[in-house]
Design a protein around this ligand. Sequence first.
Ligand code: ADP
Length: 476
Amino acid sequence: MLIDGKWVDARSGKTLPVEDPATQEIVTHVPAAEKADVDRAVEAARRAFESGPWSRLSPAERSKMVWRLGDLLEQHADEFAEIESLDAGKPVGNARNQDVEGAIGLFRYMAGWPQRLAGETVPVSSTGDWHAYTLREPVGVVGQIIPWNFPLLMLSWKVAPALAAGCTIVLKPAEQTPLSALRFGELVAEAGIPDGVVNILTGYGEAAGAALAAHPDVDKIAFTGSTEVGKLIVRAAAGNLKRVSLELGGKSPAIVFPDADLDHAIAGTADAIFYNQGQCCTAGSRLFAHKSIYDRVVEGVAAQAGKLKIGHGLDPSVNLGPLVSKDQHDRVSGFLQSGRAEGAEVVTGGNAIGDKGYFFEPTVLAQTSRTMRVVREEIFGPVVCVQSFDDDDLDAVAKFANDTEYGLLASVWTRNLKVAHMMARKIKAGMICINAHNYGDAAWPFGGYKQSGWGREMGKEVMEHYTETKSVAARL
Ligand code: ADP
């Protein structure tokens, strides 16, 4: 693990195994950090924040370092794509074109922020002469806990803006996928970033993650993961009222209107659920098709599922890799059992594949209804629940879409501009895509309503997470 610029083992000497989910072989072992290691890393981050060379860098120098990280990722892009494929089971082409490319773009976008983070002069009305203004200051030592579905990309969403703002970092990757974060740790020194600014701890959530979330000297915690763990983070953060931002689960609707370009909508909504084996917080897991096109949509998405080549992610011809772990495989299998028991029709898929590796068939469930567990809960696998709607009243359609405790993303498929933009207003979600799904861009704020989280990442909004506003008033 990387603490204060040095590669160290856990104090306890404990390790955790890293598995290739396609073969179930143990690839390597990494340190299993616990509270003592978190304490060390937070101390290093505090020192670097308060008194190290980092705190004295100009915005331009900080910008250059963040940019350099993007360059270094680009230089090693193929290597990172292979690491992601091996560790998370991703098709290597997706890892290269989406995960790694996205991370490079994120560092480059964020490199533009240090010199643009400005306060304002404030036109106050109090009696007398005043000069009032605000300063934007880094929030301090930031704990960042990320999930296994996009390990390097989630790292970049967290690390790049925090560095741009001038914070120091203790990052904990998911125990299932620690490898790209460790390799990234080697680039941190190459980019010229001083010791202690970025610390990377591998370890289990309940040990390392919980200790980081509760740590009294951490000023802010940024978390991406399940809604369940998000609630634990909020409780743990209450001790010192550290700032909290959360990017949590979803049960995102994809709504296909009868006037949509159906070939495009079918391919797009199939990709919305099968991309990354359905392990996306924004996955289009609830598909609503107008009754007049319902059969075509169901058949079309099932046909798309049939075309996917399933196998080891390192085989470049593969479109669908394994699920990340045995736990995840058991979870998805359990949901299929529940869906069948509650009366869903399995149009295609529905089963685990083979006896080695955590493969699961891309699955289409029809005849689903709002009360079924498969419709209400986040499955995080390649399983889509299709429902029909027969009401052309947009409020009624929005009510279907909003019938969930989540509110992350929704997609609307139509050629009618009015329908598209009216639906964008009516749906309670942090992100709306029109004739697209699973969209993301470094400049586009990302985050959710309701139990999908607190705050927005990326774009200019993420800078709010990593800065405090200080108001200054001078009597003249
Ligand atoms: P998933 O259900 O997708 O595996 P989790 O929310 O369990 O997602 O995990 C996301 C991240 O949160 C991982 O890095 C994991 O180690 C961490 N984590 C899990 N439990 C806790 C906890 N109690 N406190 C802090 N972090 C945790």
